[in-house]
Design a protein around this ligand. Structure first.
Ligand code: SDX
Length: 392
């Protein structure tokens, strides 16, 4: 494929890798999961089909999909004692910190899922994590809102049960909004994998020490939390709200982003790989208009986002550096319209990215990859002799 890079033979144990899961072409804005375009998958597939595709390499047939759904439902109960883990957090704790801790705590309740090596045992551990992770994600919101921690409703779908666990109010029947369900399903697909990004590389390198799937994913959650990575979707909304509170003048913030002496960056802009456009951003931008229209939401920060995008894309600083809106620029606007609190945006990213992390961990383990050990170029002091403290 054009854009393919050749890695020197030593790459095998440096954290770089060969992978058959996701293909990106940054110049052409191409993103494919196991050869299928993100545009087709976002339009035609549902999230659980994409989960199966990423992990096992093929779109499931009806029987495979039914069995996969049933296996996940069967593992969806989360041990009651896990509630004692989340009880230990203050309600002010960030959901991503709680999610990483809860994912790691799962190890204690599923010791057989720790260091698995056979495909069969991997499947069991993978299904357990896919089944319980959305519940843990929902619990981080319930903790902040001091609401009861529910387990999954096994009579509704994977995405529906996540929304219900997040938003059901005690004593009320939760009413599903098809627009919200469809939008969330699409967002999860768009976030599902992205080749060797920061958090996925973290999962692969932690997994390469055979620390186990749950520990590797817990590390991936922590890596994703950073505002330069998955935390950007929260930072984008905070930036747009700051622009709105400041009167809506986007030029001030663009000047700040260009000022080398100012650490401020335009959140939601730029990408290490995409240098023309992020195909996911295009799909999400269109979905944002559709979702807000369908929900009858008129969110002034969407207008600010559009004017910021327009101004930035005309500014030579951004054009020269090929800085375009990325996946995080519009996703927060949809989450907001769906009633998801800003601090939960990166948790939603994690729920979407979970299958990609799992697929990459499984590929690394089944491929028998050696322990990752990135190389360095030493630029420190040459050999020198010790000096007693009185002589320093
Ligand atoms: C994700 O890797 C992945 O695939 C990640 C991801 C995934 O799906 O897993 O796609 C998800 O993390 C998307 C990115 C979300 N992060 C943000 O939106 C934060 C804002 N963006 C930047 O911090 C930055 O663009 C990065 C981190 C995304 C990419 O950084 P790079 O490729 O290392 O770019 P760089 O830091 O080398 O910057 C190149 C130049 C610099 O200027 P000069 O030194 O050349 O003068 O561009 C400037 C930077 O200062 N620059 C920005 C900018 N991003 C880069 N200037 C202002 N605002 C920005 N957002």
């Amino acid at each position: 494929e054009t854009g393919a890079i050749t890695l020197d033979p030593g790459y095998k144990n440096t954290g770089s890798c060969e992978s058959a899961i996701t293909f990106l072409d940054g110049e052409k804005g191409i993103l494919r999961y196991r050869g299928y375009s993100i545009e087709e998958l976002a339009e035609k597939a549902d999230f659980l089909e994409v989960v199966y595709l990423l992990i096992f390499g093929e779109l499931p047939n009806k029987e495979q999909l039914t069995t996969f759904r049933q296996d996940i439902v069967a593992q969806s109960f989360v041990n009651e004692d896990m509630k004692k883990v989340i009880d230990g957090f203050p309600s002010t704790a960030h959901p991503m910190g709680m999610l990483s801790s809860l994912t790691s705590a799962l190890i204690a309740f599923n010791p057989k899922s720790v260091n698995v090596s056979s495909e069969e045992d991997m499947y069991k551990a993978i299904v357990k994590l896919l089944a319980k992770f959305p519940t843990l994600a929902a619990w981080t919101l319930r903790k902040k809102e001091t609401l009861p921690l529910e387990n999954r409703d096994t009579n509704v779908g994977y995405v529906e049960s996540l929304l219900k666990m997040m938003f059901q109010k005690p004593g009320e029947e939760y009413k599903f909004n098809p627009t919200v369900v469809d939008a969330l399903d699409k967002l999860l697909i768009l976030h599902a994998d992205h080749e060797q990004n920061c958090s996925t590389s973290t999962v692969r390198i932690v997994g390469s020490s055979h620390a186990g799937l749950f520990a590797s994913i817990s590390a991936g959650v922590s890596a994703l939390w950073g505002p330069l990575h998955g935390g950007a979707n929260q930072a984008v909304i905070e930036m747009l709200e700051e622009i709105k509170a400041d009167g809506g003048d986007t030029s001030k913030f663009i000047d700040k982003a260009k000022d080398k002496d100012d650490p401020f960056r335009l959140m939601g802009f730029g990408h290490r790989v995409y240098k023309n456009f992020d195909p996911r951003a295009r799909i999400i931008k269109k979905a944002a208009d559709e979702v807000l229209d369908a929900l009858g939401v008129n969110d002034p920060i969407l207008d600010i986002a559009k004017s910021l995008e327009k101004a930035a894309l005309e500014d030579p600083y951004f054009v020269e550096r090929k800085l375009y809106p990325n996946v995080d620029f519009y996703s927060g606007i949809i989450y907001r319209a769906m009633g998801i609190p800003t601090e939960m945006f990166t948790v939603m990213f994690a729920v979407g990215r979970l299958p990609g992390w799992i697929a990459q961990w499984r590929e690394m383990r089944l491929g028998g990859e050696p322990i990752g050990r990135p190389r360095q170029v030493y630029v420190g002091e040459p050999l020198r002799s010790f000096k007693e403290v009185d002589n320093r």
